[in-house]
Ligand binder design. Structure first.
Ligand SMILES: Cc1ncc(C[n+]2csc(CCOP(=O)(O)OP(=O)(O)O)c2C)c(N)n1
Ligand SMILES: CC(=O)[C@@H](O)[C@H](O)COP(=O)(O)O
Ligand SMILES: [Mg+2]
Length: 594
């Protein structure tokens, strides 16, 4: 197919020059464009393919960016980016210094609101709509939200408020019956019933005072155009329900929607994924969690697994397959997941509540008020802690130590390898009388043989990996590998001791007194924010105990970190082994000089 129309379109103004009957051809071209680039550059595929027609129709009918269009989560906004001035740089999507994988206000006027975490679009669009009214402006405000995201508490809060306003708000529900994994819950059942049209039931959105229309076929461009034009003339809050297919236009993506949510590299022509190498490689940390919880839960029937909408990403799916009555996908509902776990813990169950570090931010009050304040033994497994790479600023799990460390009762453990993750899970289910947060990173560790017999971990104990004479390096988590590599590169290896502190809270004060009494200088290393993080804990310890050594703090600086590979970002944050080596050498030089 010739790239007839897309090549002439840089902005929606160009799009609006096309005739309506030319738009289906443009949709095909846009799909191919997305497929060709995501096949090599990677990213979120299925969601963007599913909203190609909707994207074209919205920019055709509405006067964006004057009219404000907000994509919920934003992983489906690739077509929007391509049609709004970023076609020529779309191949830099999610790459270091390239465009973001999510809408971002600083990137384009067409990105009305920064997104990445789900279910914010209705509140943000309503805020803009009320602001327009107050300013006497005559704009349209559109929130596009998926069937999984609309089931989240925050989206309900927005609907609930919008229904008692006369704001010029259009909520479009893009219903493809799947999130990353299949959608869950009673609302999903309701939407299925609406689509079947078999069961008589009240319309939930009409009950909330929305002018409801649909469900309509979201791939039918003429229908979309006429419905959007009609809705432009309707006053007050409106709700359009469209049905789409995630992955539309790429057979494999339609057939395996979970895999093709973000498939990595694939063959743009055939849609096929590369064959898996047979070589044995270390497991992903998520799989260490997923396999270990099954192993433990088969022996301990009080263990429960909980995930808010990430069964595949967290690998809780293994437990959901093996022990379905004790493993729960609660949908995009982090707040509920935490308090559900708290409720279970009051009844003597042992809930492992697995939440990506970045998404636990949404359930902060529940962690404090429902879990920690009542000292309930909930085990938080915080996946994707630290730098996550290409998802960028919205998704890095770098704030958790800072936001958890100040919470009384909570114990914070950071495994440096798969065995430590496995052993702390084993230890926790033996019975603890405090809440525990275990944070571990995206991706794979180093160990091939990780399924060792379980051993208990002493709560609050750090480990000496190597003793030295001058400088002590205190690290937490998997950055230990970078520290070990850095020391290997040094000429003066004997000068450096290093310690895997394991626990941010409680601190191993006995070990710390020993370290501070032995070494002339200290370096702390973490993949979280230095401000409020492990560094600040060590600085506070030194201050409280009147230790005067210099303390160098390596970690995430006090700014939002953009997207790039984890290695690139670690380098920029001086956390790669060469940068760590340089920090040690600089310090050794100063010590020698002084
Ligand atoms: C608060 C929060 N929790 C979890 C996620 C992870 N996440 C990203 S997309 C997604 C599924 C969204 O499904 P849906 O809203 O139906 O959109 P679709 O992908 O089907 O277009 C999830 C769970 C997130 N981005 N934000
Ligand atoms: C858009 C979104 O929030 C998710 O799709 C996220 O990108 C998943 O991250 P992982 O790839 O680390 O599971
Ligand atoms: Mg969906």
């Amino acid at each position: 197919m010739k790239n007839e129309f897309l090549k002439h379109i840089n902005l929606p103004a160009d799009l609006r020059q096309l005739k309506p009957e030319e738009l289906p051809q443009l949709a095909q071209e846009l799909r191919s464009f997305i497929i060709n680039i995501v096949a090599t550059k990677e990213g979120h595929l299925g969601a963007s393919l599913g909203v190609v027609e909707l994207t074209i129709a919205l920019h055709y009918v509405f006067n964006t960016p004057e009219d404000q269009l907000i994509w919920d989560v934003g992983h489906q906004a690739y077509g929007h980016k391509i049609l709004t001035g970023r076609k020529d740089i779309f191949d830099s999507n999610r790459q270091l210094k390239g465009i973001s994988g999510f809408p971002k206000r600083s990137e384009s006027h067409y990105d009305a609101f920064g997104v990445g975490h789900s279910s914010t679009s209705i509140s943000a669009a309503l805020g803009m709509a009320i602001a327009s009214q107050l300013k006497g402006e005559n704009k349209h405000h559109i929130a596009v939200i998926g069937d999984a995201s609309i089931a989240s508490g925050m989206a309900f809060e927005g609907l609930n408020h919008a229904g008692v306003t006369n704001a010029n708000l259009l909520v479009i529900l893009n219903d493809n019956a799947i999130g990353i994994d299949p959608s869950v819950g009673a609302l999903k059942q309701y939407l299925t019933n609406v689509k079947k049209g078999t069961e008589k039931q009240d319309n939930i959105f009409e009950a909330l005072n929305f002018n409801y229309s649909g469900p309509i076929d979201g791939h039918d461009l003429p229908l979309l155009l006429s419905e959007l034009k009609r809705l432009k003339t309707v006053k007050g809050p409106k709700f359009l329900h469209i049905i789409t297919t995630k992955g539309k236009g790429l057979k494999q993506a339609e057939l395996d929607q979970v895999k093709y949510h973000a498939p990595g590299k694939f063959d743009a022509k055939t849609g096929e994924l590369p064959l898996k190498s047979k070589e044995k490689i270390p497991p992903k940390f998520q799989d260490v969690f997923g396999e270990t919880i099954v192993e433990l839960a088969l022996k301990n029937d009080t263990i429960i697994g909980i995930t808010p909408a990430m069964p595949t990403g967290s690998s809780l799916k293994y437990m959901m397959e093996t022990i379905p009555n004790r493993a729960f996908d609660v949908g995009i509902a982090e707040q509920h997941a935490v308090t559900l776990a708290a409720g279970m813990a009051t009844q003597g169950l042992i809930p492992f509540c697995n939440i990506y570090s970045t998404f636990l931010q949404r359930a902060y009050d529940q962690v404090i008020h429902d879990v920690a304040l009542q000292n309930l033994p909930v085990i938080f497994c915080l996946d994707r802690a630290g730098l996550v790479g290409e998802d960028g600023a919205t998704h890095h799990g770098v704030f958790d130590i800072a936001y958890l460390n100040c919470v009384p009762n909570l114990v914070i453990f950071v495994p440096s390898n798969a065995i430590a993750l496995r052993n702390i899970m084993y230890t926790a289910q033996l019975g603890i009388d405090f809440p525990l947060a275990i944070r571990y990173p995206r991706g794979r560790g180093q160990l091939l043989d990780w399924k060792m017999p379980f051993e208990t971990i002493d709560i609050g104990k750090g480990l000496c990996i190597k003793q030295g004479t001058d400088i002590a390096i205190l690290s937490i988590g998997t950055l230990l590998k970078n520290v070990a590599d850095a020391i290997d590169l040094l000429d003066q290896k004997e000068a450096v001791g290093y310690y895997d502190m394991q626990f941010v809270k409680p601190l191993d004060e006995v070990l710390l007194h020993d370290i501070f009494s032995t070494y002339k200088a200290i370096i702390t290393i973490e993949d979280g924010t230095v401000v409020g993080g492990f560094a600040s804990v060590i600085l506070a310890f030194a201050n409280a105990n009147n230790y005067k050594q210099s303390i160098t703090t390596l970690g995430i600086e006090d700014k939002f970190i953009e997207h790039g590979t984890v290695n690139q970002l670690q380098h920029l944050q001086h956390l790669d082994s060469f940068s760590i080596k340089k920090s040690i050498e600089d310090l050794l030089f100063v010590l020698k000089d002084g």
